[in-house]
Design a binder for this molecule. Structure first.
Ligand code: GLV
Length: 312
């Protein structure tokens, strides 16, 4: 049996090397090879060719190459009995925290504004906001969101987290927790900088719309590191134009790459990055991919299995 990397548009050398190192006994294949379709037990996927999973009769599991699985769950060609697993990796969470911190500090110190002033040759001071006066609200308090909330709390930010459901096992964390539709209004009212780290599901698609964003205090900032379709683009642009929102940092788009001529490219309130908040490090995650392959072979429960009904 074999593990097939079904990713397209990426150089896979570092993935193949890391997987071979973590699982020397595992047959690792890519789509560039002559694929023995009936021998593929597990697939590792990002930007997979449409329809590929239907051509793999022995397929038992598909692992995302990243934390998100929306690219897999939206594919109608994944048979019900094929397990979907995702990557849960401390390095991904740490990298996300560092990026969130960089963006928040940039907004507090008005760096996007000063970059624009520089391009116009303009010398104009603007007051800044200190960490201890900054209220950050994080939407999505799963593995990555929880880590981000903990890190920001430790630095002295005032942090709230919002999630679909209330309980998180273990002790009460050092940040405020809000849950469900009922917890949203109080969460937003006390948030200067809103960070979206939600998974993309039917419930969260379009969640960053006028109704939600206008509940932020005037001058609020949106940082979207979840998925492009979380944002209702025309609502965001209108709230920036009206001055209700001061700025938006966007790392994810629909589609990607962001098309030429899209209004986000030139909007003075938008700071844009090419989906680089947190990149999967093959060497860091190969052991968990191989562990799942071995578990499949032994018929044991898989790590980080996705609940396909909830979408994450
Ligand atoms: C990146 O977007 C990921 O899902 O890991």
């Amino acid at each position: 049996m074999a593990l097939l990397i079904t990713s397209t548009g990426k150089n896979l050398d570092s993935w193949v090397a890391a997987l071979k190192e973590a699982g020397p006994e595992v047959d690792i294949l890519t789509l560039e090879q002559d694929v023995p379709h009936e021998r593929i037990l597990m697939a590792l996927a990002w930007n997979h060719p449409p329809g590929i999973f239907r051509t793999l009769p022995a397929l038992k599991c598909i692992s995302s190459m990243g934390a998100g699985v929306d690219h897999l769950l939206s594919d109608p060609d994944i048979p019900e009995d094929v397990a979907v697993v995702r990557i849960v990796d401390p390095m991904l969470a740490r990298d996300m925290f560092e990026f969130v911190l960089a963006l928040i500090l940039g907004h507090n110190r008005r760096l996007p504004l000063f970059a624009q002033q520089q391009s116009r040759g303009l010398w104009k001071k603007k007051r800044y906001r200190r960490i201890r006066d900054t209220r950050v609200g994080v939407m999505g308090t799963g593995a990555i969101g929880h880590h981000v909330c903990m890190g920001l709390s430790a630095l002295g930010f005032s942090v709230s987290g919002w999630g679909r459901s209330a309980s998180r096992e273990g002790q009460q964390p050092p940040y405020r927790r809000h849950a469900g539709a009922g917890g949203l209004a109080s969460f937003l009212r006390d948030t200067d900088i809103l960070v979206c780290l939600l998974p993309l599901t039917p419930e969260t698609r379009g969640i960053l719309n006028r109704e939600l964003l206008s509940q932020l205090p005037r001058g609020g900032v949106l940082i979207n590191l979840g998925r492009g379709p979380h944002v209702v683009e025309q609502d965001l642009i209108a709230l920036l134009d009206e001055g209700h929102l001061q700025a938006a940092s966007l790392d994810v788009f629909d589609p990607e790459p962001l098309p030429e001529g899209h209004p986000f490219w030139k909007h003075p309130g938008v700071q844009l990055t090419p989906h680089i908040a947190s990149l999967t490090d093959p060497a860091s995650v190969a052991p968990q991919v191989i562990e799942n392959y071995r578990r499949l072979r032994r018929g044991e429960p898989l790590l980080h299995r996705v609940d396909r009904r909830h979408g994450y």
